[in-house]
Design a protein around this ligand. Structure first.
Ligand code: SF4
Length: 448
């Protein structure tokens, strides 16, 4: 196993989209192109159901492992104008389309940076034209254990939220200092139990392995504490060290503080074994869930989906991202909103959809996107019908086949248990853009 890790631990995408963002072709996607792709989606899928992702970018302090798009501030005057812009942005879509909202997810940044009353105003305005009542919409949000209050939990629960995820990362104090994210087990336990008592039916804990100063014994305690609280879902993310992309935000520690390849894989394997022994099911690449949770059910019945937020039970083919830097997906096109808070707000105030770049998928993109999505979600797929493309993929897979990490049976490709840690490498065999990368710049974190 160690030699395989050494061999395959190369820079590679996490495939939250295909093509991946560095290979998007439409650097200046117009809002008209984006809106036309939504109409194409509605005509093709014959449904007006939509999932909404809302990006709430503000955080009070910087965690030095963070790869999210955020703005650090303690100034809470930013709340009201930002919520106003989100509502305005949604109204721009509503003027053009008659959507039925299926899901709303609040991500960040830190959604709980905002006062409960502002989040309430946001949700009430977004859903005010919805024909469905709140129990028919799936609501979820990301909660920071340090600033999620009883008022947040009660207000959002009463609006229809039944799912939330807590960013836990690691309970070890040395690691917490290295990543500038101090939160005790007691704090997390209190807010977790509060959410349970209020009635939240699915709570997720997000852990990160591969962090600076992380060691097997310390991380084992974090995993055992997590199992003790029995959240319905656990995300076990690999720390993506990309300081050349994220700049000083990932420079609060030395590279030598990071575990090496083998230690990092050891952290994952230890955590995985403990979660499986505690009754969790491994889902996709980095998620675990109790068998009765919707994510585990979706994995079993092969309806799991993967998008920019990771694995979801998303039941729509259209995702509208609202807010600064949010990415939308009409299946035929990806579109990203402006990344500057000021510019985003300015564009929306002029009555314009704030997309600034994206990618219109061609026929080959759509075929390969489906293959990669199948592999990431179900660990199997079928070859494209195009013989030349199929042969190219088979050629790209040769070493993985020889190492018994992937199996081919006529038209079907499946990933055995021991191939799962290498799923990103397997998907790379389907990625025709990687070979076109002529830049010396490293675009992705390492795969394992
Ligand atoms: S990890 Fe979360 S809370 Fe920390 S800086 Fe990033 S977005 Fe903000």
């Amino acid at each position: 196993m160690n030699s395989l890790i050494k061999k395959y631990n190369v820079p590679g995408p996490r495939y939250t989209s295909y093509p991946t963002v560095p290979f998007w072709k439409n650097e200046q996607l117009s809002s008209d192109e984006w809106l036309l792709s939504i109409q194409r989606n509605l005509d093709f899928f014959q449904t007006n159901k939509v999932s909404i992702y809302i990006h709430l970018p503000f955080c009070e302090s910087l965690c030095t492992f963070c790869g999210c798009h955020k703005r650090i501030t303690k100034n809470h005057q930013v709340e009201k104008p930002y919520i106003d812009s989100l509502i305005e942005e949604w109204n721009l879509y509503q003027e053009k389309f008659d959507f039925e909202i299926s899901e709303i997810h609040l991500g960040g940044g830190t959604p709980t940076f905002f006062k409960a009353s502002e989040l309430k105003r946001l949700i009430e305005n977004i859903t005010k034209n919805s024909k469905l009542n709140s129990s028919e919409i799936e609501f979820s949000f990301e909660a920071h254990p340090n600033n999620t209050t009883k008022e947040h939990l009660e207000t959002l629960y009463n609006l229809g939220f039944k799912r939330l995820s807590f960013g836990v990362q690691d309970y070890n104090e040395t690691v917490q200092k290295a990543i500038n994210r101090i939160q005790s087990i007691e704090q997390v336990t209190d807010v977790h139990l509060l959410a349970k008592n209020i009635g939240y039916k699915s709570i997720s804990h997000d852990l990160v392995f591969g962090l600076p100063k992380q060691q097997i014994e310390g991380f084992k305690k974090t995993v055992l504490e997590t199992i003790n609280l029995k959240p319905e879902r656990v995300s076990l993310y690999s720390y993506a060290h990309v300081p050349w992309i994220k700049g000083n935000g990932q420079r609060g520690f030395e590279d030598s503080d990071l575990p090496d390849n083998e230690e990092k894989r050891g952290l994952y394997e230890m955590a995985k074994d403990l979660f499986l022994a505690a009754g969790y099911i491994e889902i996709g690449m980095d998620h675990f869930a109790l068998p009765e949770d919707d994510l585990a059910v979706a994995f079993k019945n092969k309806s799991l989906h993967r998008n920019f937020m990771g694995y979801t039970t998303q039941k729509t083919n259209l995702l509208i991202g609202l807010g600064v830097s949010s990415i939308s997906d009409s299946w035929f096109c990806f579109a990203q909103n402006n990344k500057s808070v000021e510019e985003y707000q300015d564009i929306v105030s002029k009555g314009e959809i704030p997309v600034f770049r994206g990618h219109l998928l061609n026929t080959e993109d759509l075929i390969l996107r489906k293959c990669i999505l199948d592999l990431m979600c179900h660990f199997e797929t079928t070859f494209p019908k195009d013989e030349a493309l199929k042969n190219q993929i088979i050629q790209n897979l040769q070493e993985l086949i020889a190492d018994n990490l992937v199996q081919i049976d006529e038209n079907k490709i499946s990933v055995p248990e021991n191939g799962i840690p290498f799923i990103r490498n397997i998907c790379m065999a389907f990625d025709t853009y990687l070979a076109t990368n002529k830049t010396e710049k490293q675009l992705f974190s390492k795969t394992i």
